[in-house]
Write a protein that binds this ligand. Structure first.
Ligand code: FPP
Length: 244
């Protein structure tokens, strides 16, 4: 898939949206109500992202391991996801947001795959923000599948093995090409683990674990997180004075 990313110092934020179930329990509601509020938090967060200088926002919406949840919860999540795609498409275009769904598509129901393809087509020319939703996503699966593709599958000339595998991971996950590595990786709900999310792309990501439950997340929390990120001293293995 062709890249429309800016050429200079893009900011890529990844978010593990955790805590919908606990939010629901705290409010005496069913887990699905927590996921519905979680979808509202997605809308708020996407709207705020562009204004905070974020170029790429990758949200972990459904992991490959989430298929193991009760079928009623999986159904509710898939419904919310499809609903988001159809309802938000025009608003994404208006706000110049390009949508890209990363992960496997062969296990999603055909209507969802159609909705993904339709939203990706409609927003293809948008360039203020690249919103990537990770659905049926597993970083380990992506790395393993990319490794099996064979070097001849790499797109165009590649300078080194790391760039080569990065291209192939983008290809097997249906990602837009040329996405920069993750700069800031946020997980909500107080848990401190990566849960198979963007393991390859987060090699030098700054990690931020926030106590807030995902349905309570929004522009204010995102702004504070970005500010925290800009105060970090990133060295990429070099000495401080030499690192950009
Ligand atoms: C983790 O919370 C969250 C998920 C597994 C699903 C994330 C889904 C959404 C935010 C809503 C739908 C998304 C879109 C893009 C419309 P959890 O259920 O594991 O919470 P818990 O750890 O408190 O039980």
């Amino acid at each position: 898939m062709q890249s429309t990313l800016p050429k200079h110092d893009p900011l890529h934020v990844g978010i593990i949206m955790d805590g919908n179930g606990r939010w629901a329990a705290q409010h005496g509601l069913r887990r699905t109500a927590g996921h519905r509020q979680g979808a509202e938090a997605v809308r708020r967060t996407v709207e705020a992202a562009g204004e905070l200088g974020i170029d790429v926002l990758t949200l972990y919406a459904f992991s490959a391991d989430n298929w193991q949840r009760p079928s009623s919860e999986v159904r509710a999540l898939m419904y919310l996801f499809e609903d988001f795609l159809s309802r938000e498409r025009d608003r994404l275009v208006e706000n110049d947001v390009r949508l890209n769904v990363i992960g496997r598509r062969d296990r999603l129901r055909p209507s969802i795959v159609s909705a993904i393809e339709s939203s990706e087509r409609a927003t293809r020319a948008c360039s203020s923000l690249l919103l990537r939703l990770a659905v049926d996503y597993s970083a380990r699966w992506a790395i393993a599948a990319a490794s099996r593709l064979g070097t001849q599958a790499a797109i165009g000339p590649v300078p080194d093995p790391v760039s080569d595998l990065t291209c192939r991971i983008e290809r097997v996950t249906h990602s837009v090409a040329g996405v920069p590595p993750v700069d800031l990786l946020i997980r909500t709900s107080g848990e401190q683990r990566l849960s198979d999310f963007l393991l390859w792309e987060s090699a030098y990501a700054e990690l931020l674990f926030l106590p807030v439950l995902w349905p309570d997340f929004g522009p204010e929390q995102l702004a504070t997180a970005v500010e925290d990120f800009h105060n970090r001293n990133r060295r990429f293995g070099r000495l401080p004075a030499l690192a950009s």
